[in-house]
Write a protein that binds this ligand. Structure first.
Ligand code: UDP
Length: 473
């Protein structure tokens, strides 16, 4: 188990974006949190410090918490490839997807508990009785009993879920239930995700949020957006060369490395193109392959200047997501089977992961550059990859699944696909947005407003304070 250092960020930073009453309310909550948590630490424990929505949110929320005077700290657990293979299996079945189809029996439980027993030992060197420990996702659930026994308040949070249970989700929950049941409170992103056996009195529904000031979401001067992408080798939009700086979480600056992005087949997106973009981890449930297939099918109907970019993290060396490389290979294969004229309009891009903020900055530039952003997930707990382009005022086409149904109001702040596997309706949604600039702009504008009203950190932090008050009551 290792600690991730977090710098404090003052809550006032949000003041530029929020009405004064909202900031005042947040300050009141911060004062309550300081009083309540005086002399106590709030620990967050998850499986990775980089990559994915959970790490993204922890970075932001913990920094604001520290800025508000709360001792919030972050620990990342250690696991073996077998452990992460197993937790990925649990992740998949909780979404109702078989994943690798492997078992979740006694042997797997022994592996799971063995790895977590080692982590618990290390965790208890940090945690004191009466601290709060927030455990995130299936990888950490097995820590609940040990943390509880040590006298700390333990909360388990699931960032995943599925609206309708299936036999598979039952299998996943049966695996986790003995641990989760012992938590003092349990958090889900949507009410519909809560399994029937969870004690309703312990349930909190807290949707995720984004931080508008990170390398991922902060403003980029419009002229730089194209230039950054060209510099990173992703597009050939302008002839401008330069040094492109991004600001890291710790306030230091980094330089975008030339040709940081890798494009499969090596052909960057041409300058005149309108880009349809999906940014995701290479996870089957994100359906990158389905976006590719749907776009390829629809190409004959699309204007010549429209191109697709499927963007995800470099898969080499990612330990907590063993499926990534496989899914990326599948997409490569699919693309290779297309005729040359389709291939040159479909781009698979990998972004470097060794500097998380450089990766984030490139995602930011891509989301700002895109004409339409897609999230055609088959299942989605809550998609930060939906909230992020919405915050950037982009029209989003996304599946009517899971948390996305809360994030987008269909026809008002984006377009929802009733059936993400129906490629015709995906094509029709592309036609609608690419053919109607005014509609696209209106949806984008409403999208930004929706994020401002529902998915920024102030709401999220205040919900946590309400929860902590209940724990210490
Ligand atoms: N992401 C990223 N670089 C990538 C791919 C994804 O930074 O190459 C980020 C993306 O911008 C978002 C997060 O990873 O912030 C994914 O969160 P989401 O909630 O959409 O899905 P999850 O990965 O947690 O299932």
């Amino acid at each position: 188990m290792r600690e991730v250092e977090i710098d404090a960020v003052p809550l006032d930073r949000l003041a530029a974006l929020l009405e004064p009453e909202r900031i005042e309310r947040l300050s009141e909550y911060a004062a309550r949190a300081r009083d309540l948590l005086e002399g106590r630490t709030v620990w967050s424990v998850n499986a990775t410090a980089t990559g994915g929505g959970v790490a993204e949110m922890l970075q932001a929320l913990l920094a604001y918490s520290r800025g508000a005077g709360v001792d919030a700290r972050w620990l990342v657990l250690d696991g073996t490839p077998t452990f992460f293979g197993l937790t990925k299996r649990i992740h998949n079945v909780l979404h109702g997807s078989p994943g690798d189809g492997g078992p979740l029996g006694e042997e797997e439980r022994a592996t799971y508990e063995g790895v977590l027993a080692k982590n618990l030992k290390q965790l208890l060197r940090f945690v004191r009785p009466d601290d709060v420990v927030l455990l995130h996702d299936p990888q950490t659930a097995g820590l609940v009993p040990g943390v509880q026994a040590a006298g700390a308040h333990v909360v388990w949070r699931s960032h995943i879920g599925r609206d309708t249970p299936t036999d598979l989700t039952d299998v996943g929950w049966a695996f986790l239930r003995p641990y989760v049941e012992q938590a003092e409170a349990v958090i889900f992103s949507r009410g519909a995700y809560v399994p029937a056996w969870v004690d309703q009195n312990k349930v909190w529904v807290i949707p995720p949020s984004l931080d508008p000031f990170t390398a991922k979401n902060g403003d980029i001067p419009p002229g730089d957006v194209e230039a950054v992408l060209r510099h990173a080798g992703l597009t050939v939009t302008t002839e401008r060369h330069g040094r492109f700086l991004f600001t890291r979480r710790d306030g230091s600056t980094g330089l975008v490395r030339p040709h940081a992005g890798l494009i499969e087949g090596g052909h960057p997106v041409p300058g005149h193109a309108r880009v349809v973009l999906q940014v995701s981890r290479w996870d089957r449930l994100k359906d990158m392959a389905g976006v590719l297939a749907g776009f390829a099918d629809h190409l004959p109907h699309l204007p010549d200047d429209v191109q697709l970019m499927l963007v995800g993290p470099e898969t080499a060396g990612v330990t907590d997501d063993p499926e990534g490389a496989e899914v990326f290979e599948e997409c490569k294969e699919l693309r290779l089977q297309l005729p040359e004229e389709s291939r040159r309009r479909i781009h698979l891009c990998s972004l470097p992961m060794d500097d998380g903020d450089e990766n984030a900055y490139l995602v930011n530039a891509l989301q700002r550059y895109a004409t339409v952003v897609v999230q055609k997930s088959l299942i989605e707990g809550f998609g930060l990859t939906v909230t992020e382009p919405m915050w950037k005022g982009k029209p989003v086409i996304a599946s009517r699944v899971g948390g996305i149904q809360d994030q987008i109001i269909d026809g008002e702040s984006g377009l929802l696909l009733d059936d993400p596997t129906d490629l015709d309706s995906f094509g029709a949604a592309l036609d609608r947005l690419l053919g109607d600039v005014a509609l696209a702009a209106k949806l984008g504008e409403n999208a930004r407003e929706r994020v401002r009203n529902h998915y920024l950190g102030d709401r999220h932090l205040m919900q946590y304070v309400d929860l902590f008050e209940q724990l210490y009551r």
